[in-house]
Design a binder for this molecule. Structure first.
Ligand code: ZN
Length: 287
């Protein structure tokens, strides 16, 4: 297992962690000040300053990426599928322009949440089929762009609105069907917030293996959790055995960044430099 205690060269900042404190340019500057070597930006943050400007600032600062957030939201009315695929192909192209190692997929829930305006549905099985079809359809463009797709299973509390793929087993089943020869172009993003509770966690991480482990996201699970979306904890403030999960992914040979991804009203209210300093301290001590 890698030793993180001496420095933070393996720390990446998911830029949603400080999205309320400034635009992407300000976040990049703050990362440079803190010596954080990598980020994982969100599409809306990139769009707000422009893709070319984002690419230039990332390059000028010498930052690397640990991922790009996000593609997905596949379930939709049939009439809107071309719009869904256009949107996802653009996400792949943006990720490639930014030299991201993967495009993270938040696959979508029921169609009317995934793509508002779609007809209301209670058929989660149909939504899951649309997810798999969407990923399979996107693979061609991803391969051409050399951009691996990382399915991020989300905690089941998000099944309706955000992702009807909720476990690593489900994600890896899709990987095995869509990419049976393990080309390296399809895998998973392991986010501790979503998978820490899973009794199959160790077995499924081992099943994923190095070639399917494309990203590793850390934060913590607070008790009680006061908000489903925006009450994630800083590493060390909750109940997740972070080192145990990191040991599982690193035992498979995962050598990428530990990406801090915290959506939290609490941390969004703090000065950006304070948040980054806390991330660094906790990265070195509890991740
Ligand atoms: Zn994540």
């Amino acid at each position: 297992m890698r030793d993180l205690s001496a420095d933070h060269r393996l720390l990446s900042l998911n830029t949603a962690t400080v999205r309320k404190q400034g635009d992407l340019a300000a976040i990049i500057e703050a990362c440079a000040r803190a010596g954080i070597p990598a980020i994982s930006p969100w599409r809306d943050q990139v769009a707000a300053i422009g893709l070319d400007e984002a690419v230039k600032r990332v390059k000028d600062t010498g930052l690397r990426l640990s991922g790009y957030c996000r593609g997905g939201m596949f379930p939709a009315d049939p009439a809107r599928l071309s719009e869904v695929m256009d949107d996802n192909r653009r996400a792949v192209d943006e990720a490639a322009a930014l030299d991201a190692p993967c495009l993270v997929l938040v696959v979508g829930g029921l169609p009317h949440f995934s793509r508002p305006g779609s007809a209301p549905s209670r058929d989660i099985g149909a939504a899951r089929a649309m997810v798999e079809d969407g990923i399979a359809a996107l693979m061609e463009h991803a391969r051409a762009a050399g951009m691996p797709l990382a399915i991020e299973p989300l905690h089941p509390m998000y099944a309706a609105e955000r992702a009807c793929v909720n476990t690593l087993r489900q994600s890896l089943d899709i990987c095995d069907r869509v990419d049976p020869t393990r080309t390296g172009m399809l895998g998973v993003a392991v986010d501790v917030y979503h998978v820490w509770w899973d009794p199959e966690l160790a077995a499924q991480i081992a099943r994923a293996g190095r070639d399917r482990l494309l990203a590793f996201h850390v934060c913590d699970w607070l008790t009680p959790t006061k908000d489903m979306l925006n009450d994630r904890g800083m590493m060390g403030d909750g109940v997740i055995d972070l080192k145990a999960i990191r040991a599982m992914v690193e035992a498979q040979g995962f050598a990428g960044f530990c990406e801090v991804e915290i959506f939290s009203d609490h941390w969004w209210s703090k000065p950006i430099d304070e948040v980054l300093a806390t991330c660094i301290t906790r990265h070195r001590s509890v991740v």
